[in-house]
Design a protein around this ligand. Sequence first.
Ligand code: CA
Length: 237
Amino acid sequence: MKKLRILVVEDEPGIVRVLEPTISAAGATVKVAWDGREAVTHLKDAEYDLVLCDLGLPDMDGKELVGKIREGSDIPIIVLSASGAEEDRIRALDAGADDFVGKPFSAGELLARIRAAVRRRSPTRGAQKVRFGELEIDMERRRVVLQGEEIRLSAREHSLLRLLAQSSDGVATHREIIEEVWGPDARAETQSVRVLVGQLRQKLEEDPSSPRIVRTEPGIGYRLSAPRTAAAELTYE
Ligand code: CA
C-alpha cells in the first residue's frame, strides 16, 4: 500500500485550510498550488496520484488548466466548483476532468470521490469482469449478474452499463453516453439517454422510481453507485 500524493490547486486560503487537514488526516500527502502556472510546474517536478482543482483560478480558467494537464497526462482530476455552476462542471468534464465536487463539500464525500477516481484509474480498465457491489459485469460476453441472478440486457443497455462501470463512481455525461452507445456521429438526444437509463433501471433497480444503482446527476449525466465501506483511508494497492 502506498501513500497517495494529491496536488490541490486552489487560490482561496480558507478552502486550503479545510482541504489540507481533511486529506492529510486520511493518510495522503498534500501539495498546494495557488494558481494554474504553479500547478503545471509542480506536475512537471514530481509525481502525483490525483489533482484536485478549483475552477476559478487567478491566472487561468480551471477548465483551461484541466485541458493543459490532459494534453500530457491521464492523472485523475477532480474539479471543485461552486454549487449551481452546472455549465462549468459540464465543460470541465468535457475538458477531461474525471469528476467534480461542489462547494461547500463534505469531507466524507470528497474523500469518497478521491478514492473512486484513483481506483478507477487502472484496475477495472481493460478488465474482462468488473465487480461493483453486488453487481458483476462481464465486459466481453455481455453477461450481468446481480445478487447471484443473471440479468438479460440489450446491446445498448449493456454498453451503457459498461460505460458507467468504467467510470465507476465518476460521472458519465449525456454526451459521453451518446457517443459510447449510439456512436460519435449519432443524432441521439438526451431524451434517448433518459429512455435507455429507464430501461436499465427497470432491470437493475429494486424500485426503479427511486434508483440506488444508476443515479442521476441532474443536468449532467449519470453515475453508478454501490454500497461501500466507509473507511476513510486514501491508500491503494
Ligand atoms: Ca478560486
